[in-house]
Design a binder for this molecule. Structure first.
Ligand code: ADP
Ligand code: MG
Length: 218
């Protein structure tokens, strides 16, 4: 479903990511594990095509991301990749429902309020369709971000540290809803985490180790 070959990334000449190759099957569930600073967020951005790696090849759903123009990459991401980042990036001037309709629009899909309401209902948010993001609890806002990530039935669903600041009960709930939503659209799921509590719940593990290269001297 996706594959990474020889991917490295450097910020300002300092290598932070030197990733072992990785192949994931459609519908498989993965944890991307590693200590803080090991490059998990960077890797997730690379997989989403938000960040072009310094070197290497990233293929998602048979598409080489490096071959796409910036605007084609934005459309491809909107159609096929759902992302739940640590900062949720909900748009506060729009209602919850309109945040989902905007995600459809950005993907070049016809607006489909019925699909948006169906996803909200599946995340126990039916009553919040007309609320603004700032009127929600953190847990509700995080579920809206999940709803927005899955509204276009992505083939790849990515989440960055979705459980790290949660108590044990909510940790299990969030993990379950990500697994449920991924199953619902047959998406490949990648959760970047250093949360040891969820290790046993997800079948496949990809480990990142910190890159200990000396920083480039200018
Ligand atoms: P993790 O998510 O595993 O904590 P990150 O991918 O956030 O790791 O960061 C990996 C390394 O890259 C860290 O040393 C971090 O300081 C550095 N880094 C992350 N983003 C940037 C950036 N935009 N510019 C410069 N360095 C960055
Ligand atoms: Mg991170």
């Amino acid at each position: 479903m996706f594959s990474l070959q020889n991917v490295t990334h450097a910020y300002n000449g300092a290598t932070v990511l030197n990733a072992a190759s990785w192949q994931a099957a459609q519908g498989a569930h993965w944890l991307m594990l590693g200590p803080s600073g090991s490059g998990k967020t960077t890797m997730l951005h690379v997989l989403a095509g938000i960040l072009r790696p310094t070197a290497g090849q990233v293929t998602v759903a048979d598409q080489d991301l490096g071959a796409l123009s910036p605007s084609a990459l934005d459309r491809f991401r909107g159609r096929h990749i759902g992302i739940v980042l640590q900062r949720l990036h909900l748009i506060d001037s729009l209602t919850v429902l309109d945040n989902l309709l905007l995600a459809q629009y950005m993907a070049g899909e016809p607006q489909n309020p019925a699909r948006a309401r169906e996803v909200l209902a599946s995340l126990d948010l039916a009553g919040k369709a007309n609320a603004r993001p700032h009127e929600l609890s953190h847990g509700q806002a995080q579920r809206v971000a999940v709803a927005r990530a899955v509204v276009n039935k992505p083939r790849l669903l990515l989440a960055d540290e979705p459980t790290s600041n949660l108590d044990d009960v909510r940790c299990v709930q969030v993990l379950d809803l990500l697994l449920d939503q991924a199953k619902g659209c047959g998406a490949t799921l990648v959760i970047a985490t250093h949360d040891q509590r969820i290790k046993s719940r997800v079948a496949n593990h990809y480990e990142l180790t910190a890159v200990n290269e000396p920083r480039a001297v200018a």
